[in-house]
Design a protein. Structure first.
Length: 314
C-alpha cells in the first residue's frame, strides 16, 4: 500500500471519528495523543491530518481520489465502519456518513451493508442481554479470585492474538471482549451492569473506545498488516509488525482494575481508577513478552468466522 493510500485511509477514519460531533473532550485528547504517537510512520503525519479534520480542511471529496485500488477502497470503508461502531450503535450522522462513503467509493450496496451489520452486531453483542441496572446485590458465594485471574489472563491473550490478525473485524472485536470481561467481573462481585456503566468505567480508567480502536487499527495499518491477504498472518507473527502487546496489556490492566474496583464496593475515585490502571498497565507491558508465544499460537487457531459468537461468549 502506498503512503498516499495509507494517509487517505487514516483521514477517512478520522473523519468518521468526528462525524457526529459528540466526542467527549477526553476522547478528543486521546485521539490527538495517538496521532502524535504514530506520527512519521510510513511517511504519514497524523497530527497534521488530525488538525485538518478538526478544522474541516479535508473532506471525502478531497481524499477519496487517492484510493485507486479496490483493496484500499474496501479497507477505508471497513475502518470507517469500525470507528463508527467502536463506541456502540451508529448514530444517524454516522449512518449518513457511511452511506455517502460507500456510494462515493463505488462499493456494492449489499456487501457494504453486510459488513456494517456484522460490525454493529459485534459492537452491540457483549451486553445485549444484561440487566439495565447497576444496583449492587450481595454475592451469593465468595468470589473465586484464582478463576477471575485466569479469565483476565485468557482474555488478554485472546485480545493480543486478535491484534495479530489482518482482518478489520478482528480488531473490532477487542473492545467488546474487554467490555464483556468487565461485565463478568462485576457480576462475580454481585453487580449487574449495563453497557453504559461499563463504557463509563473504561472511559474513567482512561480507555477511550473510539481512540483505542484507532490506535489498534492505525498500528496494524502502518505496520503493513491490516487488510493483508495471503501470508499476512504469518508475516505479522514473524516480525510482530504491530504491537499486540498493547491489547494484551490494556485488557490485562482493565481486568485487574475492575476486580479491585468491584471487590472494594466501587468506592475508588476517578483519579484513583486512572492511577490504578496506569500502574497495572505498566506491569502488564512487562508481561507481554512472556505471553507472546501463547498469543501467536492462539492467533494461528482462531476462527475469524466466529467472532460474533466469541464476543457473545459462545
Amino acid at each position: 500500500m502506498t503512503a498516499s493510500e495509507t494517509q487517505a485511509i487514516l483521514t477517512v477514519s478520522l473523519l468518521a471519528a468526528f462525524v457526529d460531533g459528540d466526542k467527549h473532550e477526553r476522547e478528543r485528547a486521546e485521539i490527538k495523543r495517538i496521532a502524535e504517537g504514530l506520527s512519521g510512520a510510513d511517511g504519514v503525519q497524523l497530527p497534521t491530518l488530525y488538525q485538518d479534520v478538526l478544522m474541516k480542511r479535508v473532506s471525502l471529496a478531497t481524499v477519496l481520489p487517492w484510493l485507486t485500488r479496490d483493496e484500499s477502497r474496501q479497507l477505508a470503508y471497513e475502518m470507517a465502519v469500525c470507528v463508527c461502531d467502536a463506541d456502540g450503535v451508529q448514530s444517524k450522522a454516522e449512518q449518513d456518513f457511511l452511506s455517502e462513503l460507500g456510494r462515493s467509493l463505488g462499493l456494492a450496496g449489499t456487501s457494504a451493508r453486510e459488513f456494517s451489520q456484522q460490525a454493529e452486531a459485534i459492537a452491540a453483542a457483549p451486553l445485549a442481554a444484561s440487566a439495565a441496572t447497576t444496583a449492587a446485590t450481595p454475592a451469593t458465594a465468595s468470589v473465586d479470585q484464582a478463576a477471575l485471574d485466569k479469565s483476565i489472563l485468557d482474555a488478554a491473550i485472546l485480545n493480543g492474538a486478535l491484534e495479530l490478525l489482518p482482518e478489520t473485524l478482528s480488531t473490532m472485536a477487542i473492545i467488546p471482549l474487554q467490555m464483556r470481561l468487565v461485565y463478568g467481573i462485576g457480576k462475580a462481585h454481585g453487580y449487574e451492569l449495563d453497557s453504559g456503566h461499563v463504557k463509563d468505567f473504561l472511559a474513567t480508567a482512561g480507555v477511550g473506545l473510539t481512540s483505542q480502536y484507532l490506535e489498534q487499527a492505525g498500528r496494524k495499518l502502518l505496520g503493513g498488516l491490516l487488510g493483508r491477504v495471503g501470508g499476512g498472518l504469518l508475516g505479522g507473527l514473524g516480525k510482530q509488525a504491530v504491537s499486540s502487546g498493547m491489547s494484551f496489556a490494556s485488557t490485562y490492566a482493565l481486568g485487574h482494575v475492575a476486580k479491585r474496583y468491584y471487590a472494594g464496593g466501587r468506592v475508588l475515585s476517578a483519579q484513583m481508577l486512572k492511577d490504578a490502571y496506569a500502574s497495572v498497565m505498566s506491569e502488564a507491558q512487562g508481561l507481554q513478552g512472556r505471553y507472546l508465544p501463547q498469543m501467536q499460537e492462539k492467533a494461528r487457531t482462531l476462527d475469524t468466522g466466529k467472532l460474533l459468537a466469541m464476543v457473545r461468549g459462545r
